[in-house]
Design a protein around this ligand. Structure first.
Ligand code: C2E
Ligand code: MG
Ligand code: MG
Length: 647
């Protein structure tokens, strides 16, 4: 009987053990499943919430906390996760008790008044007679511990819980470590990708800064450098020559055929000239149909003569472009160092003057600069006098071009663009006179005029467009780094009382000057609340990395990237890189020169860019015309944009 009873008890005990094992097993499986989901999950969110949920399906508890070693304070633990979450961020001293837990020597406590640290804990979550389970665990690569709490008076955790929970804390630590290293790997992969992308675009930008995209020839920046170097390395009494080459009927070719034939002709002309020059000579394209040839070394003037004659002869032969037989010719003007100039600017200007003289005489001719010839220099002097008079009499006006936010469908600002109204009432664009004004020291006066016009325009625009728009004023690079001018200009802006409504557009080459621009001028602008835009981005020499040091309010991507953007993958990838850089720096991007619906659609759909300026939105106009135009046409634009955002 007795033995039967013992057996029954043993059986019962065995059943209980099996049951316990089964539950443990089930619990273990649950925990493992949870850990597995943790491992495969994409952790953009906080993983603790998931861990806590899985724990709740195994243990009943009323509170949970994860404390981790605090890197900034070695002797304390910081709460990195908790449910309820109010305790996150609180710190406790490690002390002797927590030190023991961290070393894995304490797992559970049913009463805790012996531990002075607890006094510091929040009494709602931990009171002296509360059952608590402590588990050492690693939170990423830091030491930490997990605490499970039951209510005051509740039962404590039993041994099977402790055993299971231990396993769990080990697994959870491993999961965190794996997650962390994977995140790190992903993060560094993303960074690597971004870096490569930026590098590629930087290379593309550096190329663009020095070479002409169509012909691959050095551009105006590069040729200046090459000529300057060539002059420096000339032997005493050495000579070199600069030939200015201009095609005679290029505009007609472009108009009569199409741009692709025009481009084809420019490429073919390049090839032909290159074939007839020596490897020491340098051919460059200044833009349009203007080329410059550096002829060096030159022992005799005779040599120069033969070289340019060969070119004019070659260019008179017919070209076959896209199945069309084309005839062209070039007018060439030549200047010689040191007789006609001792630096690049003088040589180029004089070669240009000579070219005009040759063009006036006959197509396909050659002329040498002649300082005694009374030709263009006289006209130039007249021009200069007219410009001086225009500045004196303020014969200028500002046109304004809207800048819009295509996502919010709102007009956000205007760019002020100066126009010279000449004696005949003709409107002359800034390309015709800004350079000359700068050479003559007249630009600062012109910029002062623009400021007054901008402030007056605010008065006209505000009733129509509201009082939140900004007007942008262009500042030449030379002005931006002129501290005296900028200081007085900033004071002038502040005196208008509209500093917050004005923005200065400054090109990147000025922005990257550490002194005085970044050290003095930029802080002064910030202090007065004047915003700053980086204009014509991508045309200068600055690199992405340099940009990261500048604080600006907007970055205007040059029109040359935007035009036909939907068809040009190279520009697209540069724009992508500019965009990621912009978002990393918190710098809004403006696309300038948007001329077509295709470009606008591309920007809207394929990029995150929201600010846009360009003929497709509106041309620059005088204030009253702009207001009329906007009233008449903004509905259409609004409709187009709403179609885009609906798509
Ligand atoms: P920017 O600052 O890059 O100004 C934009 C130029 O692009 C303007 O030429 C504008 O009319 C033109 N534009 C705008 N949208 C389009 C488009 O969709 N297609 C095309 N093809 N062009 C577009 P603008 O008015 O002839 O001015 C030329 C440059 O002259 C300006 O370039 C700026 O650098 C300079 N500038 C203008 N006003 C001032 C000024 O007051 N001071 C200084 N220092 N420079 C000025
Ligand atoms: Mg501008
Ligand atoms: Mg620009």
């Amino acid at each position: 009987m007795e033995s039967k009873e013992t057996l029954r008890e043993a059986l019962l005990a065995a059943r209980t053990t099996i049951d316990t094992l089964r539950t443990e097993n089930a619990h273990a499986k649950l925990l493992l499943d949870t850990l597995e989901t943790l491992l495969v999950a994409d952790f953009d969110h906080d993983p603790f919430a998931e861990i806590f949920t899985s724990l709740r399906s195994v243990f009943s508890f009323t509170g949970v906390k994860v404390l981790a070693a605090d890197e900034s304070a070695p002797d304390s633990l910081i709460c990195v996760a908790a449910d309820p979450s109010e305790l996150i961020g609180m710190r406790w001293p490690v002390g002797t008790f927590f030190a023991r837990v961290l070393n894995g020597r304490v797992t559970a406590a049913l009463t805790n008044e012996k531990f002075e640290e607890w006094q510091a804990l929040d009494s709602r979550l931990l009171s002296a007679d509360q059952p608590v389970l402590y588990l050492p665990m690693a939170v990423r690569d830091r030491r930490g511990l997990l605490m499970l709490l039951r209510d005051v008076g509740d039962e404590g955790f039993d041994r099977s819980h402790v055993a299971l929970a231990r396993k769990f804390s080990v697994l959870a630590s491993a999961a965190f470590a794996a997650l962390h290293s994977r995140q790190r790997e992903e993060e560094s992969q993303r960074l690597r990708q971004l870096t490569t992308k930026l590098r590629e675009s930087e290379r593309a930008l550096a190329y663009r800064a020095n070479y002409d995209e169509l012909t691959g020839l050095p551009n105006r920046t590069m040729i200046e450098e090459r000529v300057t170097t060539a002059i420096r390395s000339l032997p005493p009494k050495g000579h070199l020559a600069l030939a200015f080459i201009d095609l005679d009927n290029f505009k007609r070719v472009n108009d009569f055929y199409n741009h692709s034939v025009g481009d084809g002709l420019l490429v073919a002309v390049t090839e032909r000239i290159k074939a007839s020059i020596r490897s020491s000579d340098v051919l460059a394209r200044l833009g349009g149909d203007e080329f410059v040839l550096l002829i060096t070394p030159t022992e005799q003037v005779d040599h120069i003569k033969r070289a340019v004659e060969r070119i004019t002869e070659q260019l008179k032969l017919p070209f076959m472009i896209e199945g069309n037989e084309l005839f062209t010719s070039a007018s060439i003007g030549v200047s010689i160092f040191p007789d006609h100039g001792t630096d690049y600017d003088a040589l180029r200007r004089n070669a240009d003057v000579a070219m005009y003289r040759s063009k006036k005489r006959a197509s396909g001719g050659i002329a040498y600069f002649d300082a005694t010839a009374d030709d263009t220099s006289a006209t130039q002097m007249q021009q200069e006098q007219r410009l001086r008079a225009a500045v004196r009499e303020q014969r200028f006006r500002c046109a304004f071009q809207p800048k819009i936010d295509i996502r919010k469908r709102a007009l956000v600002g205007f760019e002020a663009l100066i126009r010279w109204i000449d004696e005949k009432g003709l409107v002359r664009p800034p390309g015709h006179f800004i350079g000359m004004a700068s050479d003559l020291g007249l630009l600062d006066d012109i910029t002062g005029f623009v400021l007054r016009e901008a402030v007056a325009a605010l008065g006209q625009f505000d009733p129509v467009f509201g009082g939140r728009t900004r007007i942008s004023i262009n500042i030449a690079a030379k002005q931006a780094s002129n501290q005296a001018f900028m200081e007085s200009f900033i004071d002038g802006i502040a005196a208008t009382g509209h500093a917050e409504r004005l923005m200065l557009e400054i090109t990147e080459e000025a922005m990257i000057q550490p002194d005085p621009f970044q050290s003095e001028i930029l802080p002064a602008l910030r202090q007065k609340g004047i915003s700053v835009s980086i204009d014509d981005f991508g045309t200068g020499y600055s690199s992405f990395s340099v940009l990261a040091d500048i604080t600006a309010d907007e970055l205007k991507v040059d029109r040359s990237f935007i035009s036909a953007i939907h068809q040009r993958s190279r520009s697209q990838s540069i724009l992508k890189a500019v965009e990621s850089l912009g978002s990393a720096l918190g710098l809004p991007i403006v696309a300038e020169g948007v001329e077509t619906a295709d470009e606008l659609n591309f920007l809207f759909r394929e990029t995150g860019i929201s600010m846009v300026q360009g003929y497709h939105i509106a041309r620059p106009m005088f204030p009253k015309d702009l207001i009329d135009h906007w009233r008449a046409h903004h509905h259409r634009l609004d409709r187009d944009l709403s179609v885009l955002s609906a798509a």
